[in-house]
Design a binder for this molecule. Structure first.
Ligand code: SFD
Ligand code: AMP
Length: 641
């Protein structure tokens, strides 16, 4: 096998990932690093300019509180998030991000991000909390700011280095290990504090687009569960691992719906023209108190749609033509109406071109004129994205000043955004129970985590102890698939068919089949049960055994091997958490047929879990949901929550 050089990088603060949260962390950490003489290092598996979920750009900034307007308060946002997550949220974390997010958005604008303005020069809101942007180059702008900040503070960044594992000194994280996806190099990063910001996970479940469309999913194919694996392997307490996210999107190319529903006030209907949000409204009473909150929680919006699909009333359509016509008709005269119509048409196309270019291509390829006929929408496949309307991630400490007597012991243990593992911080999709951060909130949480991690380094400024035996062991483990391939490749004539190994694609397909059929994927109409989960977990156990036989032909495949292993741990945590929570709380995300209703009496609680890598054992636990404002508790209990 080819020789691998080991590159050792010694730093004070290590930022794993180069997405929104990592860039926020780099900007903020660099500011404090200069003051304290601290070295900051960022490492991304890809090129920061176009990595992560924002790679293709976005057409909206989904979290902006607009505190200066006086129309909204932090409390309003916290209420919105808690209700959207059916009561399960860490209010302290949500509030911590919300109180700083506006300043992040103003920074984006200063750095050159075009935010839509109306004739009076005010931001154009998509909805109450969302702003419209010309965001094709959003990530490039944010990456430039992060790189400039690092350069000014003497920091550095590494691109195309895939992080596989944390480095541990007992219960403390002392850095990370990974490999270059282009050169034969292993990277050992030794750090006094580490921030995990490697996004969420897709392709844990079988996607709707397979074969020739494989890779076209809503969530970017390159986010593959690295954050979850890193924190799980380090022994960090994880939360909300059952809270997957299934967005509703334009069918097959996954174009966004937010602008249609919120900005254009469009309606979606079944094939017979019925608005399922109205015709199925009675169903909402089964999911109280959240069934009757405004806006209706995302999973319940999905659920009302799915009920029609299950009754054979598909396809489901976004009535784009009606929405455009309705807005144009409000114009005072015909000439203005015509101009408005043209404007709306171009906004509709731009919404896709800024964020999901393939949807515009699909519209063009299938002769869709949104002003003339409706377009199909559907529920995508399940994703793990704690920064959006899912909630999975690590359990992190909240800020001290937002705790009250009830929350302090549960939600606060020192440095803000530190996980339960010493010196290990998490932000963005990597931290859980603080949904609806989106791009701006993830960047903000990266800033919060970085400020706190720098404070940790200042307080614990001793060199990390990294055991060489651990590094050697991990290095051998990481490179093993290359060795396995070389050793056995000549046993057969087709490298895909070989009794001695499993290739990463086969491994991923097997994982996806298990999750799809047993854990409530697309084919199972998002339904599962205790019995299905138990069987699925047994099968996942065999896959775990076979992971020892993963084989990689080259560096690219080596990355694919580790992506699949990362996803497998995310899958494990997910199934265990669904099984542990003995109710259905988020119909529209998943439905447990053996426990088909919400049980606020017993399960208005977090499901947390911890993995012991030495024993290969999981511990499941229930953690209380506490509110940072006491009246909320009161209101909820009066409403049966
Ligand atoms: O509306 C490793 N999101 C939207 N947010 C908005 O504000 N507005 C929108 O319009 C949004 N839309 C949207 C969104 C997401 C997606 C997928 C689509 C559309 C199609 C949400 C935000 O994008 C999201 O909240 C943030 O990006 C989350 O930030 P963060 O930092 O947690 O994740 P990231 O940006 O994806 O970055 C991950 C980074 O990790 C790297 N990485 N690095 C080293 N080693 C490994 N093993 C690694 N694995 C991953 C990645 O390369 C990347 O740098 S809307 O349609 O919903
Ligand atoms: P999306 O494009 O679906 O990610 O939506 C962007 C933002 O709008 C997110 O904050 C969503 O929660 C919100 N949103 C989308 N559709 C609706 C809807 N029908 N009602 C309320 N909020 C919505």
């Amino acid at each position: 096998m080819a020789e691998f050089e080991t590159v050792t990088v010694e730093t004070d603060l290590l930022i794993c990932g180069g997405g929104m949260a990592a860039c926020g962390a780099a900007v903020e950490a660099s500011y404090w690093a200069k003051k304290h003489g601290i070295k900051v290092t960022l490492v991304d598996k890809a090129a920061v300019d176009r990595s992560g979920a924002v790679a293709m750009g976005l057409s909206a900034i989904n979290q902006y509180i607009d505190l200066n307007s006086g129309n909204n308060t932090i409390r309003d946002y916290v209420d919105y998030v808690r209700n959207d997550l059916m009561g399960i949220t860490r209010e302290d974390l949500v509030a911590s991000i919300a109180r700083h997010v506006d300043s992040t958005v103003h920074l984006f604008e200063k750095w050159g991000l075009p935010i839509w303005k109306d004739e009076q020069g005010n931001y154009v809101h998509e909805g109450r909390w969302q702003l419209m942007i010309n965001g094709e180059s959003y990530k490039v702008i944010v990456a430039e700011a992060a790189k400039n900040a690092l350069a000014e503070a003497g920091g550095e960044y590494y691109e195309r280095v895939f992080i596989t594992h944390p480095l541990m000194d007992g219960q403390k994280c002392v850095g990370a290990i990974g490999f270059s996806v282009r050169e034969n190099k292993i990277y050992v990063f030794k750090a006094k504090a580490t921030i995990v910001a490697m996004g969420g996970a897709v392709h844990v479940f079988k996607p709707r687009s397979t074969g020739e469309g494989f890779g076209r999913s809503w969530y970017p194919p390159f986010n593959s569960g690295a954050s979850a694996f890193f924190t799980i392997w380090a022994g960090a307490e994880m939360t909300c691992q059952e809270v997957r996210f299934i967005p509703v999107r334009f069918k097959d190319a996954y174009g966004p719906v937010g602008a249609w529903f919120l900005l254009f006030k469009s309606v979606a209907t079944n094939a017979y023209g019925d608005n399922y949000m109205q015709t199925n409204a009675a169903e909402l009473d089964k999911w109280l108190p959240y069934g009757r909150v405004k806006p209706c929680p995302a999973n319940l919006r999905n659920w009302l749609m799915m009920l029609d699909v299950m009754e054979g009333k598909a396809p489901i359509y976004m009535q784009t033509a009606d929405a455009i016509k309705r807005i144009a008709e409000q114009a005072p005269d015909e000439k203005t109406a015509k101009r408005k119509l043209r404007e709306l048409e171009s906004e509709a196309w731009e919404d896709f071109l800024d964020m999901t270019i393939s949807q515009a291509i699909l519209w063009a390829a299938t002769n869709v004129e949104p002003e003339k006929r409706p377009s199909e929408i559907m529920a995508c496949d399940p994703y793990f994205i704690g920064s959006h309307s899912g909630a999975s991630g690590a359990w992190v400490s909240g800020p001290e000043d937002l705790q009250n007597e009830a929350t302090r012991d549960e939600y606060f243990w020192g440095y803000t955004n530190m996980t339960t593992v010493d010196a290990l911080f998490a932000a963005g999709d990597a931290s859980g129970a603080s949904s609806h951060k989106f791009s701006s909130g993830s960047f903000t949480e990266g800033r919060i985590a970085a400020k706190s991690a720098v404070a940790y380094v200042v307080d614990h400024n001793e060199p990390p102890t990294v055991d060489q035996a651990q590094v050697d062991e991990l290095k051998a483990k990481i490179l093993k698939p290359l060795e396995t391939f070389q050793q056995h490749k000549d046993a057969t004539t087709d490298p895909d068919i070989n009794p001695n190994y499993i290739r990463p694609k086969q491994h991923m397909y097997r994982l996806q089949k298990i999750m799809d059929e047993y854990a409530g994927g697309v084919s199972a109409q998002f339904k599962t049960s205790d019995k299905l989960l138990e069987k699925g977990m047994e099968l996942l156990g065999y896959l775990k055994e076979d992971s020892e036989k993963l084989a990689a032909q080259n560096l690219h495949e080596l990355m694919r091997c580790w992506e699949s292993v990362h996803r497998m741990y995310q899958a494990d945590a997910h199934m265990r958490s669904i099984l542990f929570r003995e109710e259905t709380r988020w119909p529209g995300y998943y439905f447990r047929s053996d426990k088909p209703s919400i049980d606020n009496k017993n399960w208005l609680a977090f499901v947390n879990c911890v993995y012991d890598r030495d024993k290969d054992e999981w511990t499941m636990m229930k953690k209380p949901v506490k509110y940072i404002v006491a009246e909320v508790e009161q209101q909820l209990s009066e409403a049966g929550g």
